[in-house]
Design a protein around this ligand. Structure first.
Ligand code: SF4
Length: 450
């Protein structure tokens, strides 16, 4: 198949072309992917309105298409964490999208007829709703450190995001994952005055979670993710597994059963994983980033050198013995496999490769998930490149859904409800395209459970 050239036509026309080629996908999910890969702009009036709602917390990476120094209207301080697209001329079901800033994007949030709307090249697409600022966002722990830094929430308040180590010991061109800006983002946020701390102490996290728990009376927060950069040597005298396990242990001792416990760290040997499990971790995310072996070595040079791709994959598979296959959810960064100069040249080849990885893991009951690549300009790969074509992202949504269904798997746990109109996962549309969960007693594929 020839790649569809939808990158040079008008944006709305291009999306409509993709929608016509993928009638089996929810249109909202396709717009969501396009917003995530390209980024969105806000008018001055929309920024004024947004300032009263839950702001971007920069919970780990920048996830913006421009560095802070190029955000001339201080959008980094005024834009919302996420937007919900609803209704409008295309009758959107509620679709939650993470905000990735790009001044001048064809996507603009503006105020029209007295309310926020999403426009594409001036044409209204959907109404925009924002999340109220949760009570805990106005609080600090006793030392004065704000909850927005210690325990921000994403996914419309579902997930507490605990980046307890804000740097990565894979440092510099020869080690850092080429699509990642964690270290550069730390530098730019500090320079911009955000109260980022390299390491959050265990007792600070517990104190912050006491506040979140007390303020979150409706129990919207349902899961937490513990994460941070890789530790290749030691941090505070500890190896990676022990450094991160301490937080899980303390949280799960203080708040048993309050949140689903998720850990995003490297693919570690089984003994370390047992320590995580014993500390109360339920879901493990050993992110493999890209399936193709050649691209893994180029795009993840540190991981390749310290662990190696084959060993990484082996450890992901081994993890299923410790957590159960459905609780091992490795992430990949959708789109980097097409980035020049090393990536695939054709969408079909990229999908074939990524599909092979999905099939490999899903045949073992392990369900990967993906985030949509946003070329961050402070990363090696994002400096020179634009995003992957929308055709790839639409093709991946279809491939992902079909591979899950082929293997008879359910939506991965710890992401809230699947299905268009239900999903809260905001950095890719994989949950939006999966079937909604069937009522108790039936499966989402329509078969009755035994
Ligand atoms: S391991 Fe790679 S993706 Fe993860 S924080 Fe380090 S450089 Fe970034």
């Amino acid at each position: 198949m020839q790649d569809m050239n939808t990158e040079t036509t008008g944006r709305l026309q291009a999306v409509d072309q993709i929608l016509a080629a993928f009638p089996d996908l929810p249109p909202e999910a396709v717009f969501k992917e396009d917003l995530l890969r390209i980024g969105v702009d806000f008018s001055e009036e929309a920024l004024r309105v947004s300032s009263g709602y839950k702001p971007k917390s920069y919970f780990i990476f920048s996830f913006d298409r421009r560095p802070i120094e190029d955000l001339e209207r201080s959008e980094n301080l005024r834009a919302p964490e996420e937007i919900a697209l609803v209704g409008g001329p295309r009758s959107f079901r509620r679709t939650i999208v993470s905000v990735r800033l790009l001044p001048g994007s064809p996507y603009l949030v503006d105020v029209r007829d007295g309310r926020l709307q999403l426009l594409v090249e001036g044409e209204p697409i959907a109404q925009v709703e924002l999340q109220d600022t949760p009570g805990y966002y106005r609080r600090t722990i006793q030392s004065g450190k704000p909850i927005t830094e210690l325990a921000p929430t994403i996914e419309w308040g579902y997930l507490v995001y605990l980046t307890v180590y804000r740097k990565c010991q894979y440092f510099g061109f020869k080690e850092e994952c080429q699509f990642c800006d964690i270290n550069e983002n730390f530098r730019q946020q500090k320079a911009a005055g955000r109260p980022y701390n390299t390491v959050k102490e265990v007792d600070e996290i517990i104190e912050a979670l006491e506040i979140v728990n007390a303020e979150d009376r409706e129990r919207r927060t349902q899961a937490y993710t513990l994460t941070g950069g890789s530790i290749t040597r030691h941090l505070h005298g500890l190896e990676e597994a022990e450094f991160y396990a301490r937080y899980a242990r303390a949280i799960n001792e203080r708040f048993p059963g309050r949140w689903i416990s998720k850990m995003v760290v490297q693919a570690l040997p089984k003994e370390s994983l047992k320590a995580f499990r014993d500390a109360g971790v339920q879901i493990y995310h050993p992110n493999y980033e890209v399936w193709d072996a050649r691209l893994f070595s180029i795009l993840c040079p540190g991981k390749d050198r310290y662990v190696g791709r084959d060993e990484w994959i082996r450890r992901v598979v081994d993890a299923a013995d410790v957590f159960g296959p459905s609780n091992v959810i490795p992430n990949f960064v959708a789109g980097i496999e097409l980035a020049p100069p090393h990536g695939f040249q054709h969408v079909d080849d990229a999908l074939r490769s990524t599909g092979e990885g999905l099939d490999f893991f899903m045949s073992k009951g392990i369900t990967p998930r993906f985030t949509t690549w946003c070329p961050e300009p402070l990363s090696v790969l994002g400096k020179e490149n634009g995003p992957a074509p929308l055709e790839y992202h639409a093709g991946l949504l279809r491939l992902y859904r079909d591979t899950i269904l082929k293997h008879g798997l359910e939506a991965p746990p710890g992401y809230g409800e699947p299905g268009a109109g239900n999903a809260v996962f905001s950095v890719s549309a994989f949950m939006d395209v999966l079937p909604a969960r069937a009522p108790a007693g039936t499966s989402s594929t329509g078969r009755t459970r035994p």
